[in-house]
Design a binder for this molecule. Sequence first.
Ligand code: XIL
Length: 388
Amino acid sequence: MPNKRLVTRRQALWLSLAGLTGIGAIAIAKAGYQSYQIRSLDNLKRNFKVIKYTPLKKRAAAKGLIYGAAAVKDVLSSDTAFANRFAQECGILVPNGELKWSALRPTPNRFDFTSGDWLVKFARTHGMLFRGHTLVWHESLPRWFKEVINRQNAEKFFVEHIATVTKHYAGQIHSWDVVNEAIEPKHKRSDGLRNTPWLKFLGLDYIELAFRVAAQADPKALMVYNETGLEYDTPRDEARRTAVLKLLERLKSRGTPLHAFGIQSHLLGSETNFNPKKLRKFLADVASLDLKILVTELDVTDKDLPKDPKIRDRIVASAYEDYLSVVLDEKAVIAVLTWGLSDRDTWLSQYAPRRDGAPVRPLPFDSNLQPKLAWNAMARAFDKAPKR
Ligand code: XIL
């Protein structure tokens, strides 16, 4: 329960912000959130100036970092303006869904690499690196999965899938998200593992098995464990951080070919439980396991933020800057990827739409492919980052 006095103080701040910006009191009452108010006030004054237009990939590269984004083949192949913008800004490309089971496995016996292959070629043509996402996930499974996979055949399907896909792209992948989102403390296991079909059929060593099969097929790629919901100072995220560290430690102590950790970084513009110290410590703990770190899916949900795009963009940009300034301080961090490049194509339009129906604005470019304050925030964070 929020402290009453604090809420009152925050409400007062919000009222003064509302006065400053012309947001009506109705919006305040409706929003029902106190969380973004203090940050909003700060955001109105924050300076997001950037000296010169140098693309994010170049600013990142100047610090030994890689910047890139997720993209969808159908968009990249049909929208030249978008493809040009993408090539200009990004040093690495990750497929949004083309390498997930649902896309690669039309039937139990067939692999379809058509879209994935198109994306690899696009990356190569434009001098970009390419990420693999993802070999093992409890979501985006094909329709036939439930009927076909059982305890008897699960290991065969599991190993065959990982081996076939990693061999197909061997030598062309910067890093593979071998296992995605295997932790869920809500499932109440003492190891914090998520109840997935693979855990049920193969037991807890399915994670290690996945890494071994993948690393054998593609010894050049960095093998990554990728996880969500770790960024904030909430009991939920804290439990997830603890479980993730335990898992990473276990894998390393068993000699698993695990090289890096992916922190997804789907941020919430309205969340104020951001604790730089705790986040910084978590990243240091991961790095101390001799792991590189990648920010793999950065975006900022604007679901509960005020409607005015000017204010919304400032809050979103502040979240980018606050987060990246902590994360990039850790030298084990080698890459930052946003989950999409422009607001025109973001999964959040579907997964976290606004109640007022206004188009969401979570990414560095607007839907006309023009840079927003979030772009400035990223540029500034890269410019300030220590060199790797
Ligand atoms: C999302 C895609 O963006 C959607 O288009 C798709 O329908 C569902 O998956 N965490 C992940 C990503 O690891 O694979 C998810 O991508 C977003 C959350």
